[in-house]
Design a protein around this ligand. Sequence first.
Ligand code: EPU
Length: 421
Amino acid sequence: MDKFIIQGGISLEGEVVISGSKNAALPVLCSSILADGPCIYTNIPRLRDITTITDVLSTLGMGIERPERNTITIDPTNLVSYEAPYELVKSMRASILVLGPLLAKYKRAKVSLPGGCAIGVRPIDMHLKALTKMGADITLSHGYVMASTEGIKGATIVFDTPTVGGTENIMMAATLAQGTTVIQGAAKEPEVVDLANALITMGARIEGAGESTITIEGMSSLSGLEYEVIPDRIEVGTFLVAGAITRGDLLIKGARAEHVVAVAEKLSEMGVVITEEDGGAIRVNGKTDLRPVQVETVPYPGFPTDMQAQIMALACISQGVSTITENIFENRYMHVPELMRMGGRLEEKGPTVIVHGVDQFQGASVMATDLRASASLVLAALNARGVTEIRRIYHLDRGYEELDRKLNLLGAKVMRERGGL
Ligand code: EPU
């Protein structure tokens, strides 16, 4: 397994270009199942999770090509299988997003149950309940979701708590349903809106994406398309923190400032100077003393759970006591003991972590545990006095395109050591 060796204490300076959004690309690629013609997707990041989803689609018989680095073309017309196997789903939960489209288009699907994951139990009960209400017959057998239908029908779906993947699965199924579907309590994340835009480009009739009620009028068929996915707002947020934690000065290009408002607000409260520049660029200047902060993760447009670990790393070097509360996932604090190994002073109290500021992290050997936890360790290492070794960085490769190369272009010293434990 690869590891990073990071020489810390260097202020990052310069420009970085943001990649396409992983969490937008995954459902958008799955939505190609619904199309009757070729689909061309651009701004797709080169990541392990993207390879996993294209492997799932290949297993179904879809023709996948990568004519350019960030372009994927899909020919969805020759499906030979309706099964997403355990070997693929276990390495990425988002594979469950083939369930809605397969049912709507081919009336059957067999998808491995994802099982637990590092950040929490993460059930898919809301997806299954909603699809059942839309006319799917679903059983769980030998670790698989076995689903069939005589035809998906429009229905009113009420999510008691917003679910990003659930909203996406149901929205995709509803595009080819008989009748109208109304999703109440829908997730409002930009990735949901991006999927809706891709579906609308295919000819789907969707209103209200980005609001809590989404209405989808079912169609009899959808066409192929050419579509560019949105930039990755979590990568933007991570580079905002990178600028702040190294007391650097970065120009983050290709970002959508409107997608990172909650993160920018919290960083500004801490004293970080963030300015919006022309052409979708954001400047972050961290040459300041940091104030402590109170953060609670909530669904969009609130502060995202996917930025909780990164802002915690920043809070560790602020002057005072911060509190960070995780409300979305029950086990998303695996970075806490690792940050403590690097000199962070943190106390975990149920869903809240109390952070007592220190001057600087210290280099240490640490272990990456999940994607965003790994990002927080990289950020802490960039700030640290001395050298940090981060093992198991395959987690980072799932979700950050060429993070080491991008950081090194900004002056960081991140070395990737290949192989080993
Ligand atoms: N939940 C249920 N039942 C369900 C569905 C969700 O109990 O049927 C619970 C989950 O366990 C969780 C909460 O509802 O506690 C929210 O889960 P949601 O369905 O919104 O999350 P997701 O779709 O599985 C996506 C992102 C995550 C991100 C969350 C929250 C993708 C591929 N994944 O997951 O991204 O944290 O939304 O914003 O879009 C990451 O990129 O590191 C990542 C984990």
